[in-house]
Design a protein around this ligand. Sequence first.
Ligand SMILES: O=C([O-])CC(=O)C(=O)O
Ligand SMILES: [Mg+2]
Length: 213
Amino acid sequence: MCDDFVTKGTKCIGVAANYNELLKILNKPVPKVPDFFIKPISSYIKECQKIIIPKGFKVNEEIELGVVIGKKCTKVPEQNAMDYISGYCVALDMTATCRLTEARQTGGSWTLGKGFDTACPVSGFIPKSKIPDPHNVDLWCTVNGIQKQNGNTNDLVFNVPFLVSYISSYITLEPYDVIITGSPPGMGPVHKGDVIEGGIKDIVTIKFEVDSE
Ligand SMILES: O=C([O-])CC(=O)C(=O)O
Ligand SMILES: [Mg+2]
């Protein structure tokens, strides 16, 4: 597995509302099964590129732990799920809240709200050995140097093996596919000229500038 994993996967799957603390703040019940969506791989950007807010859109940042799949898998039992992971990344699940609010009201799809070009900034590939426990990862995110998000993956509602097992029971996962595991609370709107920094404490830092159409 190498650093340009983003060009080799077939999909990025995002998990919605997967932090207990976030559900508490939103006053939402803990779901029985994860809710997830697909971000097209055309939405990936690396640090040399800017996040471009589409004309008229309102966009939030969401810092997330990404799980990179190492081997093709279908219907993986939870107890074997970690064997199918090659590593991790940190990602920003850029979210067009204007579209999501409308989609929630009308029952419409999340495709545009989650999948516009540049909606998935990612770090380089982090080998599995660097994160021995994916459920003790400190995620942080600042906008223009101001702390916005701070969370630990020990607060995930559905943990990494469960996500791989559950998702793969319906959708075959392939090498270099990424599951972004949900965002801790604190996400908020970003604007042209903002600089978003984030990462996993002691492991990786990313920095992306925001521009608009
Ligand atoms: O943006 C949302 O509403 C859901 C989501 O992706 C998250 O909680 O990470
Ligand atoms: Mg998200």
